[in-house]
Design a protein around this ligand. Structure first.
Ligand code: ADP
Ligand code: MG
Length: 686
């Protein structure tokens, strides 16, 4: 058995010189080396024909050499071009300053080539080539190739060969440290298998299995360490609600059946509520996944137990919409729902406040108005914040402080880093709604340059309206001023009426309008009395008009990705195919990159992640910034479901063995100490 603590310089095939370079990558011991995981994998397995090659892609082809030529366009530079063909076409391999290649290949040879495709008119050039003769076990092509995070003059090929060398040593077997019980419970592969397959996957499937294990264990160790550091998981006491069979009746009165994901989320929520644990839970579900009805049922559960519930939303329009839909469903069960928003008259407000205080209101829905000091509840049992990312921590806390330890539920489609941190620290449990109601079609997003605006208006808008559908047009965002934004909206309406849609019904909605005006516009839009609704970002979140199928966003480059995603989520809410057109007026690379992310994915989680990435590493949520051990493979966005499982397991382990003193936890404890030693000196595990 080889000791993993061995200094890399004594590992066969490394030596002091290479060791020095490896040290710069943070690799000091053999363990560091085998845990130096690839950053990504390049799939070279996908063998293509020349005719299938696409510009800019990296691909593997199997070709026959036709001819070789060299040229020297200027001093110090020579180019070798190798003409190749397969049965579908011709291509040229291009090598810069690699004169020797001309001696390694002969016309007539069959070779495998992996490289980057450049397609111009009819010529196809392939550069950065890795070339291999046809053998039974190609090394650099036809494989899933690991790509390592590298600097300091270590090449990818070099590290591949070093690690391969190490792993081929028959003496090396990486010892398991997770308890057998956990391996079996979560059907994990062994650490030895995981490490081997993460560096040199025997298949895509094997890589998946290996990654799952590593992600799971990274999260598990992180969670265990954190919870121990925090001195256990605080299980604050909350209200213990009783299960009430009327909830089933309410459920049955809904016009639809819950999706599996909604059902799971609801179960997790009621389980929390019906225990004496204080619920603090996030419902993460993409736009349109149906979070509202889950909130409704949680509130109903609270009211059935004789407590009051509160639901806070970031805009009046959304609060109003929630008010309408909750009243619709819950009033027949005798529940009293009220609305509290800034635009009520003083008299109306006083009236609502009085009733809330006297327990004559069961559910209070509103905006920030809910957290004003004047608002007093009689017995607040549950607090829900919708679109949680739009509120500050203080605002949420203020609402819950209006009761005595009420349960807390927050909802969002696009979590912000702070939320992720809370989840990681175990301060926020998660329910994930990762399923859309049946019959939804994915929204098709198309980004177009401002020059194509005319066409978008003339053809697309009309086509949808003729089909009986409705359209949103969102005006450019003006961060500084709602007034300027409103003015722009008014002007846009004028322009649209004059130049494009004199025959259609165009409505206007902006933040400077009176609440009653906003209301009546939203109602007309819902009732199909308006074909095109021109709006500022006041419709960003929550608004639900399933007949609207086209969203056009002007100057899309001014919006954040999460914001665009929210806006886009206003369409695609019914069974009709929906579209989102992003009109942009910037030629910058960042703009293009952002637009293409929007075109490529409809996944709010992925968009949050990309948004943070583009904004730069400073803002990217990394554990290292928080003084925690680094997550090498695990990614809180991508792997939230695994995090959830690992978190539950960590709680379970510590529940039974709060200082990890049982024999079965001995090795994992060592791993935790090992990982946390740099970050949390004061951790006490003894
Ligand atoms: P979001 O998660 O974005 O808040 P909503 O709660 O507004 O989504 O729901 C979007 C739409 O989906 C609403 O019209 C709602 O009535 C509908 N809906 C929710 N759940 C279901 C379901 N299980 N089956 C069919 N439609 C549903
Ligand atoms: Mg919503």
């Amino acid at each position: 058995m080889i000791d993993l603590r061995k200094d890399v310089q004594y590992v066969k095939g490394i030596g002091p010189k290479r060791a020095e370079k490896l040290n710069k990558l943070g690799i000091f011991t053999l363990k560091d080396l085998v845990y130096y995981f690839p950053r990504q994998f390049e799939d070279r397995n996908n063998l293509k024909k020349i005719i299938q090659l696409e510009n800019e892609e990296k691909a593997t082809i199997k070709v026959i050499i036709v001819g070789i030529s060299t040229s020297s366009p200027r001093k110090g530079m020579n180019i070798t071009k190798v003409d190749v063909r397969d049965e579908t076409g011709y291509a040229k391999l291009v090598f810069f300053n690699q004169d020797y290649v001309k001696n390694t290949f002969r016309p007539g040879d069959t070779i495998l080539v992996f490289g980057k495709v450049k397609k111009e008119f009819k010529t196809i050039e392939i550069s950065s080539c890795e070339v291999e003769h046809l053998t039974n076990s190609p090394k650099n092509t036809c494989k899933v190739m690991p790509i390592y995070p590298l600097t300091y003059g270590v090449t990818n090929k070099e590290i591949i060969s070093i690690i391969k060398n190490v792993l081929s040593d028959k003496e090396l077997k990486i010892k398991e440290y997770l308890p057998q019980r956990i391996i079996e419970k979560y059907k994990l592969c062994s650490i030895d298998y995981a490490i081997r397959n993460i560096h040199s996957p025997s298949s895509k499937e094997a890589l998946k299995i290996a990654l799952y294990r590593i992600v799971f264990e990274e999260f598990l160790i992180l969670q265990l360490g954190l919870f121990i550091f925090k001195n256990g998981v605080d299980e604050a006491c909350g209200i213990k609600f009783e299960e009430n069979e009327k909830l089933e009746d309410i459920l049955n009165s809904l016009p639809f059946k819950l999706t599996g994901a909604q059902d799971r989320a609801l179960n997790e929520i009621t389980q929390d509520m019906n225990s004496d644990k204080l619920m603090n839970r996030l419902v993460q579900g993409d736009v349109g996944s149906g979070k509202t009805v889950v909130a409704l049922l949680a509130l109903a559960n609270c009211v059935l137990n004789g407590y009051q519930g509160a639901l806070m939303a970031p805009t009046e329009i959304l609060a109003e919409q929630h008010f309408i839909s909750l009243t619709e469903t819950l009033s027949e069960f005798g529940m009293k729902v009220e609305l509290l928003v800034g635009s009520l008259t003083k008299k109306q407000k006083e009236n609502v406040l009085e009733k809330v205080k006297n327990n004559e209101v069961d559910i209070l829905i509103g905006t920030h108005a809910l957290i004003e000091d004047k608002v007093e509840f009689s017995n607040l049992g549950l607090v829900i914040t919708d679109e949680q990312h739009r509120f500050g921590v203080r605002q949420r806390n203020k609402l819950s402080s209006k009761g005595f330890n009420p349960d807390i539920l927050v909802m969002t489609a696009t979590p912000i880093p702070r939320t992720l941190a809370l989840i990681l620290y175990g301060d926020l449990d998660i329910s994930i709604i990762d399923e859309l109601p049946p019959g939804r079609q994915p929204i098709e997003t198309i980004a177009v340059d401002k020059g194509k605006r005319d066409r978008a208006y003339n053809s697309l808008v009309r086509a949808e309206v003729e089909k009986g559908r409705q359209v949103y047009i969102v005006c450019p965002l003006v961060e500084e001023s709602e007034a300027i934004e409103a003015k722009a909206a008014v002007e846009l309406v004028e322009e649209l009426k004059l130049e494009y849609f004199s025959d259609l019904r165009v409505g206007l909605l902006h933040g400077k309008m009176k609440a009653s005006e906003k209301d009546s516009i939203m109602k007309s839009f819902k009732n199909k009395e308006i074909d095109i609704l021109v709006s500022t970002t006041v419709i960003e979140v929550g608004v639900n008009v399933p007949n609207a199928t086209l969203m056009i966003i002007e100057n899309a480059e001014r919006f954040g990705l999460a914001q665009l995603h929210q806006l886009r989520g206003r369409v695609g809410r019914g069974s009709h195919k929906s579209y989102c057109i992003l009109i942009y007026a910037s030629k910058s690379d960042v703009c293009k990159q952002r637009m293409s992310i929007m075109e490529e994915t409809n996944d709010g989680f992925k968009i949050s992640e990309k948004d943070l990435e583009i904004r730069g590493p400073g803002e990217f949520f990394g554990t290292r910034q928080h003084g925690l051990p680094e997550l090498k493979v695990a990614n809180i966005f991508k792997h939230m479901k695994i995090l959830k499982i690992a978190q539950q397991e960590a709680r379970y382990i510590l529940g039974n063995d709060h200082k990890l003193q049982n024999f079965e936890n001995k090795y994992i404890k060592n791993e935790i100490i090992d990982k946390f030693e740099h970050s949390l000196e004061e951790i006490s595990l003894n």
